[in-house]
Design a protein around this ligand. Structure first.
Ligand code: MG
Length: 375
């Protein structure tokens, strides 16, 4: 069933704390189940994807986005005969390190940390969550995930320079991750590119004519849909078009990756790891079309005037609470105060804020800084 270049669970480098095998779930399936049962996973339900103010319950949250990434990833994994359980696990965990308020929250935390000579990175934070902050099991700290899942958390979206991150040395930073991890970065983008067009259109922030004029792949599909279903309302034409765009991108990613793996002569996971480039990739044309969608969304949705107030608000709340706790560490929960014995105050405050949901941080801000939150 598995391709020769797929990760085999029997060859896993295993867990930090060895555990006896489970009678009817393999190690990657168990990792998937541990992630689904983690508190940090449940918190994704109340973390912003794009729309912080819940204009509609129909828009994506980071949890429903995550489920969409898992769905697309599994389809592609099955078509390429990759390890579907590992792919699903990596998809479900890929956004677990995101702070409240989406990219605004991430930016505010990063800027605050830079003032203390440090950084905030959601992949590194995700690793800290699964290794340290999730305390569920009597027999070991963290979720005790397999090496391949921890490696995928770090390496799925980009390469970290080995000399800059000596603490990540065990993740063989000078090599590429397996295809199962490489896939996630692309499925993440396919998922949010199409979903954000959908939510943006539904929110009436994006207009059909503008989308058609600026996104050639969308316009091409729309013309076909329009001639096939000329009498249905625009929203259904839009949906049908988006479905075809998604399908084209997924199909291209499957076919082009298969061709690249073949051309590289990659016959094993080791070959994939040692290959100088990532082998999961779109064809040059699809890559260009993907970039056009992303660029359109940056200009017309993410950086739009309409979303500016909610973004500014999110950044302000994160910044003010960061300063508040840094000045009053004794106001932190006891477990975070203990963490200060081994880590810098800025890192501890950053960890605390990064774990919060949108609602939780809004409530705390109102409670702790009522004068500022009324502004
Ligand atoms: Mg994502």
């Amino acid at each position: 069933m598995l391709a020769p270049y797929a990760v085999r669970v029997e060859s896993s480098l295993g867990r930090r704390y060895p555990e006896p095998p489970h009678p009817y779930r393999d190690d990657f399936q168990r990792d998937r189940d541990r992630i689904i049962h983690a508190r940090a996973f449940r918190r994704l339900e109340n973390k912003t994807q794009v729309f912080t103010q819940r204009l509609s319950d129909h828009f994506r949250t980071r949890l429903t986005h995550t489920i969409e990434v898992a769905q697309i990833s599994r389809t592609i994994a099955a078509a390429l005969h990759l390890n579907e359980s590992l792919v699903e696990t990596l998809a479900l965990v890929h956004d677990i390190g995101h702070p409240p308020f989406g990219h605004s929250g991430e930016r505010a935390l990063h800027l605050a940390m830079q003032e203390h000579g440090q950084t905030f990175d959601h992949n590194l934070h995700a690793l800290r969550i699964v290794e340290h902050f999730e305390q569920r099991y009597a027999s070991h700290p963290g979720l005790n995930l397999t090496f391949e899942v921890r490696e995928g958390i770090i390496k799925h979206s980009h390469d970290y320079a080995a000399d800059a991150y000596p603490e990540l040395a065990e993740y063989i930073l000078d090599q590429r991750p397996p295809l199962e991890a490489q896939l996630i970065d692309h499925t993440d983008e396919i998922a949010y590119n199409t979903a954000d067009l959908d939510d943006g259109y539904e929110a009436r922030l994006l207009k059909l004519e503008d989308i058609r004029r600026n996104i050639p792949i969308f316009d091409r599909c729309f013309r076909l849909v329009n001639s096939e279903f000329s009498n249905v309302r625009d929203k259904l034409k839009f949906n049908e078009t988006l479905k075809r765009v998604l399908n084209l991108l997924v199909t291209d990613l499957i076919e082009n990756t298969r061709a690249r793996v073949g051309a590289a002569g990659a016959g094993t996971v080791e070959d994939v790891r040692r290959y100088p480039e990532r082998l999961v990739a779109f064809s040059p044309l699809a890559d260009q079309e993907r970039a056009q969608v992303k660029q359109f969304l940056y200009h017309n949705l993410y950086h739009s005037e309409s979303l500016r107030p909610q973004k500014a608000d999110g950044e302000k709340i994160v910044r003010e609470l960061f300063t508040y706790w840094l000045e009053r560490p004794s106001a932190l929960p006891a477990s975070y105060q203990r963490q200060m014995e081994t880590e810098s105050p800025a890192r501890v405050v950053c960890d605390y804020i990064a774990g919060m949901t949108d609602n939780f941080i809004l409530d705390l801000h109102r409670k702790l800084l009522p004068r500022l939150s009324a502004k």
